[in-house]
Design a protein around this ligand. Structure first.
Ligand code: SAH
Length: 355
C-alpha cells in the first residue's frame, strides 16, 4: 500500500492542476479502496423526513430564513413504507435526514427507529443535525446504528459566520461527534469542498481533521450555491487563494486523499457530485476511492422541496428505479452491489480494540 500522504503532499495534491497527474492519484486511491474494502458498493436508502428547520446556515437552501419554501414532513407510517422499498432494492441501511425540526421529538424518532428495526430490519443512520445528548442516547438505545453530522469546515471563524449557533446551546458539532462516539454509534462526518471563504490550506486542514476524528464514514461534497441563501445571493470575485464552488476535480482529489489517509473508511460518492455531473459523477466518485452510494427514496414532491442545494429537480428518478440504474452503472465499471449492513471495517476494529 502507498504510504499515507503527509501535510505537504496533501497541500500539493489539492492544488494540482495537471489532469493526468490528478487522475493518477485517483487511480492509486481506487487501488487502495479495492485492496482494503473490496469491490462491493453499499447502498444506503436516503429518506428526507422533513425540510422544516430552525437554523440559519448560510449555505443551506432549507434554512429557516427561506420563507418562500413550502415545508413538508413525512409521517412515520410513510417512512416505514419507503424503508421497505429501500430494503427490497438491496439497501441494507436507511438514512433518515432532515432539517433541525422540533416536531421530530426524541420520542417520535425513537419510535420510528424501533419500527424500522422490527418491521423492516435495516441498519439505521440518522442525520438530524444538532440534538441534545439525551436524544442521541435514547436513539442509540432504540437501535440506531450510525449518525452523520458534517463539521462543514474546520476553520472556526468561517464556521461561526456561516453556521450561527443556536441560542443557549453551548455545544458545537465537535462536542456532538464526541458524544456519538462515546455512545457507540458509527460516526460519520465531513465537510463542504469550496465553501465561500475557505482556502486551499483550510481544505488541507479539513482532510486531516477527518483523520484526527478517526471517522467511520466521511461524507464530503462540492458546495453548490443556492440563490435563496445568504451565501448564494452574493457572488464573490474569484480568488486564487480560495477553493472554488462546484469543483468536481478538487472534490475527487479530496476523496482520494481521504481514502489514502483512512484506508478502510466508508466513503460515499455523494449526491451533490452526481448533480454536478449526472453522466459520470457517480463513476468518477467510485473510481476515486468511494465505496458507498446513497440513492434517494424520498417521494418526488418532497424530494424537490428538500432543496439544500439547487438541482434536485433534475436528479432523475428516485427509489427502485434509481437503484436499477445505479446497479447497471456500477456493474459496468466492475463493481458489485454490497450485501448486509456495510459497517465500516474500521469500526469493528475499534470495538475489538476496546473489548
Ligand atoms: N440538518 C442536518 C442535515 C443537513 S443536509 C445537518 O445539518 O446535519 C446534509 C448536508 O448537506 C449538510 O451537512 C451540508 O454539508 C450539505 N449541504 C447543505 N447545503 C449545501 C449546499 N449549498 N451545497 C452543497 N452541500 C450542502
Amino acid at each position: 500500500m502507498p504510504p499515507p500522504p503527509d501535510r505537504d503532499e496533501i497541500a500539493r495534491w489539492v492544488r494540482e492542476r495537471d489532469p493526468r497527474r490528478r487522475s493518477g492519484l485517483w487511480e492509486v486511491a481506487d487501488g487502495v479502496r479495492q485492496a482494503q474494502v473490496g469491490d462491493e458498493v453499499h447502498l444506503r436508502g436516503l429518506i428526507e423526513i422533513s425540510n422544516h428547520c430552525v437554523r440559519h446556515c448560510a449555505y443551506c437552501g432549507i434554512n429557516a430564513g427561506h420563507r418562500a419554501l413550502a415545508r413538508y414532513r413525512l409521517d412515520p407510517a410513510t417512512v416505514v413504507v419507503l424503508a421497505q422499498d429501500a430494503r427490497e432494492a438491496d439497501c441494507g441501511t436507511v438514512v433518515l435526514q432532515a432539517g433541525e425540526d422540533p416536531w421530530w421529538t426524541g420520542e417520535r424518532v425513537a419510535d420510528l427507529i424501533r419500527r424500522l428495526k422490527v418491521e423492516v430490519g435495516v441498519a439505521v443512520t440518522l442525520s438530524l443535525g444538532e440534538r441534545p445528548v439525551e436524544d442521541l442516547a435514547r436513539w442509540r438505545e432504540a437501535g440506531a446504528d450510525r449518525y452523520l453530522l458534517r463539521f462543514e469546515t474546520g476553520n472556526q471563524d468561517l464556521y461561526r459566520r456561516v453556521h450561527p449557533p443556536q441560542r443557549d446551546w453551548g455545544r458545537d458539532r465537535r462536542d456532538q461527534l464526541a458524544d456519538l462516539r462515546r455512545l457507540g454509534y458509527e460516526v460519520g462526518s465531513g465537510f463542504l469542498v469550496g465553501l465561500p471563504g475557505s482556502t486551499w490550506d483550510d481544505l488541507v486542514d479539513d482532510i486531516l481533521l477527518c483523520r484526527e476524528l478517526d471517522l467511520d464514514m466521511v461524507g464530503i461534497g462540492p458546495y453548490l450555491p443556492h440563490p435563496m441563501t445568504p451565501l448564494g445571493r452574493t457572488v464573490a470575485p474569484a480568488d486564487p487563494e480560495q477553493v472554488p464552488a462546484a469543483d468536481v476535480p478538487t472534490t475527487l482529489t479530496s476523496m482520494a486523499l481521504l481514502r489514502l489517509l483512512l484506508p478502510t473508511v466508508n466513503l460515499p460518492a455523494t449526491t451533490a457530485l452526481g448533480i454536478l455531473d449526472p453522466v459520470e459523477g457517480l463513476e468518477a466518485g467510485l473510481r476515486a476511492g468511494a465505496n458507498i452510494v446513497m440513492p434517494d427514496f424520498t417521494p418526488d414532491t418532497e424530494r424537490r422541496l428538500y432543496s439544500i442545494y439547487p438541482g434536485k429537480e433534475g436528479a432523475g428518478p428516485a427509489g427502485a428505479e434509481r437503484v436499477a440504474s445505479i446497479r447497471r452503472r456500477l456493474i459496468a465499471i466492475g463493481r458489485t452491489v454490497g450485501t448486509g449492513a456495510g459497517t465500516a471495517p474500521v469500526w469493528h476494529r475499534r470495538r475489538e480494540g476496546a473489548a
